[in-house]
Design a protein around this ligand. Structure first.
Ligand SMILES: *Cc1c(COP(=O)(O)O)cnc(C)c1O
Length: 388
């Protein structure tokens, strides 16, 4: 069922990747476990090519992985293909290694996911690749930062923990004019809320451990690329030897089918919680890009089709013990990393310095809003604020 692109996203997410030759007579393509693939004869070995939809060797996947990869490609208008990874972080590292070589320079937004920064400051540096961090508000001004050896811009919008927005179309247009590749970590929005290729992105990465899995029981990543970059991304992925187990791909595909409806319900509840917190005297600042008072909200209004499920807020006083009391008083919010599952979570966050967003250590709390009744979540937050 490779589909008519005229179908709306909610229709495509139900149908995408379910080719009859992969699924046979069942609804979901089953788990095809394989290392060895058998050939009809010796000539068939020479004719076979490794790649999406082609039986060759287990490393290059089976219909289970191809189906999920194709579904993710179909959700991203303008994409040529998708590669799967064992985590969101390995999708980010492989996208960077596809584009960069020793001696190159990469621009990364300062509010990028922490482990992305660690990768840049450690491994990439050791490989002779220099990283410079830019402020999220840079927009078309990114062109002033380009050096002759700049090869890539890594964008994450909204940023991790502090959720600053970026003008992705302007950054991509400037990069394209200079022959520089753009990689977007689109985990917060997914292609449902922010179609990345349409905004000019070359490679769009998702931590599928979040919304695609959707049930907090799966580590998975994906990188979706346009026609210019997909062949190189595929080559690098195979050369490094990445492979996702068919069981994990199957779980990802199962989660994907309900992602649109989960995102709608959880995104709406997330906004309701954010708005409620903004009216509380114990809260000094709500960092959610869908709120009109958030810096750069105009970009959200222009580019996004809805809210993700995670945001942060600042308690009015920077008192670490008080923040800990608040977090531990919550009954419905699990304390834990990651997000994008069906259940609510809370974590204390203390990001490094961010341009234009002042706060003190001990103030920030990050919430992931799940599928619980939002009235119960708000009542729980109210009692925890009172307790703290
Ligand atoms: C969680 C996350 C990742 C990494 O995904 P993993 O699957 O946990 O490796 C990357 N980027 C963002 C924005 C994330 O929130």
């Amino acid at each position: 069922m490779s589909d008519d692109p005229a179908y709306r996203p909610d229709t495509r997410i139900v149908r995408a990747g379910r080719r009859p030759e992969w699924a046979q007579r069942v609804v979901n393509p089953p788990v095809w476990r394989a290392s060895t693939i058998l050939f009809d004869d010796v000539a068939a070995i020479d004719e076979a090519k490794a790649g999406h939809g082609k039986f060759y060797y287990g490393l290059h996947g089976t219909p289970t992985q191809w189906s999920l990869a194709e579904a993710l490609t179909e959700l991203e208008p303008g994409a040529a293909g998708t590669m799967l990874y064992s985590s969101g972080l390995s999708a980010i590292s492989t996208a960077l290694l596809t584009v960069l070589a020793p001696g190159d320079d990469v621009l990364i937004v300062e509010s990028a996911y922490g482990p992305t920064r660690r990768l840049a400051d450690g491994f990439l540096k050791k490989m002779g690749i220099a990283t410079r961090y830019y402020a999220p508000g840079v927009g078309a001004g990114i062109a002033q930062l380009f050096l002759p050896q700049t090869r890539a811009v890594l964008i994450e919008s909204p940023g991790s923990q502090t959720f600053e927005l970026q003008d992705v179309p302007a950054i991509c247009a400037a990069a394209r004019a200079a022959g520089i590749a753009t990689i977007l970590d689109n985990t917060w929005a997914s292609p449902l809320l922010f179609p990345a290729m349409a905004a000019g992105v070359d490679i769009s990465v998702l931590a599928c451990s979040k919304y695609v899995g959707g049930h907090s029981d799966l580590m998975l990543g994906s990188a979706t690329a346009n026609a210019e970059w997909f062949p190189r991304l595929e080559r690098t992925t195979f050369d490094i030897g990445h492979n996702v187990s068919p069981d994990d791909a199957w779980l990802g595909a199962r989660g994907l089918r309900t992602m649109a409806v989960r995102l709608k319900a959880q995104g709406a509840a997330t906004l309701e919680v954010a708005d409620w917190l903004a009216n509380r005297p114990e809260v000094s600042n709500v960092l959610h890009p869908a709120r009109p008072d958030f810096p750069g909200h105009a970009i959200y209004a222009r580019d996004f089709k809805g809210s993700g499920t995670v945001f942060s807020f600042a308690l009015a006083t920077a008192d670490v013990a008080r923040r800990t009391r608040f977090i531990e008083a919550l009954q419905l919010f699990g304390i834990g990393w990651s997000w994008g599952g069906y259940e609510s979570l809370v974590t204390p966050v203390d990001p490094g310095a961010r341009t234009g967003l002042p706060w003190a250590p001990g103030q920030l709390v990050r919430l992931q809003i799940g599928l619980e009744d939002v009235r119960d979540l708000i009542a729980d937050l109210a009692q925890a604020l009172d307790t703290a």
